[in-house]
Design a protein around this ligand. Structure first.
Ligand SMILES: [Mg+2]
Length: 179
């Protein structure tokens, strides 16, 4: 049976700054301390580099879901998160994210093996599986995260990645991540 993998949206699959960069000056001033409440901001965001390819790859080896929090005071974000997933990962039944979007303020209630998350949302620190904290020195990008996760399945996706792992045994800092 495949292990269950959850992946966060904001600052994990989604480049939040790319949406902020597209705000008008008026929007920026009006929502300065609460930019996640700007109507439509989420629709303006781009994927993080490598995120889409990584999701497709990981979805073949894991039972993969998107687990994201949407701002309570920005109803448009709930709609735009669904639309973002449909646009970037596909809306049809054959897509890797089809009906696999979970919007929650209680991430710790989801049972699973892994959660890839930049960790800013409440509840990630209480997730019962392994938290892979994205954008940290251990997991700075999607290449590193994918390689680490695929090694947890006992399979490597392609000879090129397998070779890289063999020749770089200390890539993850040795014992720190061994389990
Ligand atoms: Mg996040």
């Amino acid at each position: 049976m495949k292990k269950i993998l959850y992946i966060d949206l904001d600052n994990t699959l989604v480049n939040v700054q790319s949406g902020i960069d597209r705000l008008t000056n008026a929007e920026y001033r009006r929502y300065e301390k609460r930019l996640d409440e700007v109507p439509g901001i989420f629709a303006r965001m781009e994927p993080i580099s490598g995120a889409i390819d990584a999701f497709h790859t990981l979805a073949q080896s894991f039972d993969t879901y998107i687990l994201s929090l949407a701002p309570w005071d920005n109803a448009s974000a709930w709609q735009h998160k669904l639309e973002w997933v449909q646009e970037h990962l596909g809306a049809d039944a054959g897509g890797p994210a089809y009906k696999r979007l979970i919007l929650s303020h209680h991430k710790h209630l989801n049972r699973g093996d892994f959660l890839v998350d930049d960790g800013s949302a409440i509840g990630t620190d209480r997730f019962e599986g392994e938290l892979i904290k994205f954008l940290t020195p251990l997991f700075p990008d999607w290449n590193t995260v994918s390689r680490y996760l695929l090694e947890r399945t006992g399979t490597t996706p392609c000879p090129e990645l397998a070779t890289r792992s063999l020749h770089r045994p200390a890539l993850y800092g040795g014992a720190v991540l061994a389990n």
